[in-house]
Design a protein around this ligand. Sequence first.
Ligand SMILES: *[C@@H]1O[C@H](CO)[C@@H](O)[C@H](O)[C@H]1NC(C)=O
Length: 404
Amino acid sequence: MGPFSVVFTFLLTASLAYYVYTPFPDGVEEPWKLMLLDATFRTAQRLGFGHYIRSIRRFREVLLESDAGEDFVPGVKVSDVTFSGVPVRVYEASGGQGGLRRGLLYFHGGGWALGRAKKGSYDKLTRIVSAELDAVVVSVDYRLYPEVQFPEPYLDCLAAAKHFLSAEVLSRYSVDPERVGVSGDSAGGNLAAAVAQEISQDSSMTVKFSAQALVYPALQALDFHTPSCIQNQNIPVLSRSSLVQFWIQYLGVDLSLKEPFLSNQHSGLQQPLLTPELRARFNWTLLLSAEHQKNQSPVVAGQGLEGILEKAPGLLDIRASPLLANPEVLSKCPKAYILTCEFDVLRDDGLMYTQRLQNVGVQVTNAHYKDGFHGCFSMLFWPLEFDVGRRAFRHYISWLQDNL
Ligand SMILES: *[C@@H]1O[C@H](CO)[C@@H](O)[C@H](O)[C@H]1NC(C)=O
């Protein structure tokens, strides 16, 4: 064991001794490992170097984000460039017959605040994706909170997308214009869904995405009492409280409003901007199957936070909340792969989006992992590896092989 492994093991042990055991529901994958992970993240949050987001970043960098190195996946050429001023890392598989290749634009997760394309598990993941798909993968280092807020991260992603989809850039990288996809996990899945909608609406774009692969995407910020939010509110890696925190940071809502957001007061009945038509787009009693409604009752606050939708326009903006798009926008979207996990507060966002896309005739494959949890897809490497993550990743790859 190297010095980092020793420190890591020590921290895990110390963390475990420090925190009380939290029981998980039956069926969650490898619960002890998940508990250790949760305790470790909570330790990081309390260490505190300046802004708490920066302390989590530092912690992840030191302990979890070891560099992949050139031989991690031999045969993938890596270059760091900018696309319309946005830093991206380009992975070019060298396999195949030298003809045109697939292209995939990737946005990493991390609550619009954490994660780096060039670091740790994301760097490893995108190297493997490039090799497996014989593709040019472009992983985007969009700017993050607290340095910026919505719409900046979205605009970075959109600018990188438009650049990649230009005839000149596709030809420079030998990418087949008919086979370019967009993908991302968690907050990155949010960005991928939003960018896919925008590109499919934009008549000036001659090349469009032909597929989107969304891994447990966050798609709406109006209902934090979906059945999955309630069922999984204390399940690591993403608690309901952290979900709300990430959203209000991203949308520039005053952090003191976290409690009213947790009780859905921001989408209460007295919000004049929330018309019945708009409400139907995120109404899970209409959009989820009986099985996924889990006998929950909707929570619709009787009164609202006055003026909140005017003060935080991102709450109703489809560039932040793609689930709110109208049927016409949705009908133009590329075919979709939507991965959802049972033990994830975001499960119902993905399931509702699946339903809404299917309602307007878009082909959707929903891969639902009954033993999955939020974050498992990028936990494929020591010391954070989960069997369900490997299965989810394999299936994602095979869908892209067949559909891109
Ligand atoms: C959601 O849909 C159900 C079923 O149509 C309806 O009864 C309910 O009023 C809707 N909820 C809201 C908040 O609009």
